[in-house]
Design a protein around this ligand. Sequence first.
Ligand code: SAH
Ligand code: SF4
Ligand code: F3S
Length: 467
Amino acid sequence: MNTKTTVISEEQLACQFAFCDKINAYWLNEKRTPTAYVETYGCQQNEADSEKIRGYLSQCGYAIVQEAEGADVVVMNTCAIREHAEQRVFGNLGALTHTKKRHPAQKIFICGCMPGQQKVSERIRKSYPHVDGCFSTHHLWQFPEILWKVLNGQKRQFYVEDEAGSIAEGIPQVRDNALKAWVSIMYGCNNFCTYCIVPYVRGRERSREKESILAECRALIENGCKEITLLGQNVNSYGKDLPDGVDFSDLLAEIAALPGDFLVRFMTSHPRDAGKKLFDTMAASPKIAKQLHLPFQSGSSRVLKAMNRHYDREKYLETVNYAKSVMPDLVLTSDVIVGFPGETEEEFEETISLIEQVRYDSLFTFIFSPRTGTPAASMDDPTPKEEKNRRFDRLCSVQNRISEEIHESYIGKELRCLIDGTDKNYLTARTEGGRLVRLEGAPSLIGTYQFVTITGATTWSLTGILS
Ligand code: SAH
Ligand code: SF4
Ligand code: F3S
C-alpha cells in the first residue's frame, strides 16, 4: 500500500476544469441542459464527497435532480463498512439496468469506499456491464476527466489503483444545506482497528493546511452558515503530519474565534487521543458545541485489545469522566459493536455495564460484520448468529431506556436551539448538543437561534415551545 501524501497541484486541477469546459461545450452542442443524480451511502465523509461530486457536475453544466429515472448521469457514492451496506448498493446498482434500458444514453458511475477494494472493482467490471465508470476515493478529484472519457465514447473507465492518498483543494462544492456545513479537515485513517475496512479504502491520514480550513469556515460563516461540523475519521490526529506543530485543539480554538454567531462540532474522536487539552478547549468556548461522539466499541478490555483500539475500559472511563467534569451539560454519543469474534457473554455484559455507567444520550449499535482483508475477518468466531442478535436486541433495549430517561430529564428546561427546517406542520430545531426538537412556529424563524422550553420527550426526539 502506498503511503505518500500528494497534494494535487493547481495545474492538475486546472486540467480537470478544462474537462468541465469540454463537457459544457458537448451539452451546448446537444442544445439541452443535462441532468445528474447522486446517491450517497455511508458516513458524513461520503456526504461531504458527494457535495464535491455535485460541485463538479454543476461546473460541467448538469442540473442536479432527485431521482435516477431519466437522469443523464447517475453517481452512486458507496460505503463498505459492513456487508449489509454493500449488499444494498449491489441491489440498487442492479435496479439501474432498468433505468438505463429506458434511457440508453444514461451514464452510470460507482465511486466511494467500495471500489477501493480490488475484489469489488473486479466484480463491478465482470458482473455489472451497465456501469460506465468506477473510481475509488483517491481518484475523486479526476471525476471530470472520467466523465469526459465516457461521454466521448471511450471504453469503460476504471480509476481504482491504490494511489498515494491525495489532498485536492479547490474542488467546487454544492452543499446540501445553507445553514449547516460539513468541513473535512483530514482524510484517511492510520489506526487499523482489526475489524475496519476504512484504512484500506481511504488510505493514510493526511491533514489539510490550517489556513485552507480557516478560509473555508470563514467563507461559510459569512454566507450565513450557522453550524460547521469538522470531519475526519479520527480528528484528534489532525496536524500530526503537518510541519507547523498545530494540533486539533488549536485548530478548533482558532475556528471558534472567527467572528459571527455559529457553532462548531466535530466527529469522530478516538478515545486514545482525546484528552484534557481538547476538553478544556471545548469548555472554554461558547461557540464549540458541548457534544462529543466518542466511540467505545466494547466495554471489555480484552476485546478492545483484540480490536487494536489502544485504550482499555479504565482509560476510556477516565477520559469520559474528565470530559463530563469540565462540561456538565455534555451530550455524549458513541458507537458499539456486538459479537466481535470471540466475545463471551461476560465480555458482552461488560459492554452493558459500561453503557449503564456512562449513560450515553444515544448510541450507534452494530453487529460485527467480517470485512475481507481485515485481521478480524479471519479470527475464530464461534458465537452463533442468533446469539449475536439476542445480544444486539438486549443492548438496544438498555440504551433505549437510558435515552428515554435522559430525554425525560430535558422537560421543563429552556435551551438555545437553531431552528433548521420543517417537518410536516412543525418547525425542527437542534439543541447545542445536537438533539432534535419539534415545535410550532413561523417558517421565517428558520436560520435563527431561539430559546425553546422543552415540553415533551420520546426516545429519539423532544418537543418544545418558543420561550
Ligand atoms: N472512525 C470512526 C468510525 C468509523 S466507522 C471511529 O473510529 O470511531 C463507524 C463505526 O462503524 C465504527 O465506529 C464501528 O462501530 C462500526 N464498524 C466499523 N467496522 C465494522 C465492522 N466490520 N462490523 C461492524 N461494525 C463496524
Ligand atoms: Fe476504522 Fe478504527 Fe480508523 Fe475508525 S479509527 S476509521 S474504526 S480503523
Ligand atoms: Fe462507509 Fe467509507 Fe464512511 S466505508 S462509513 S463511507 S469512510
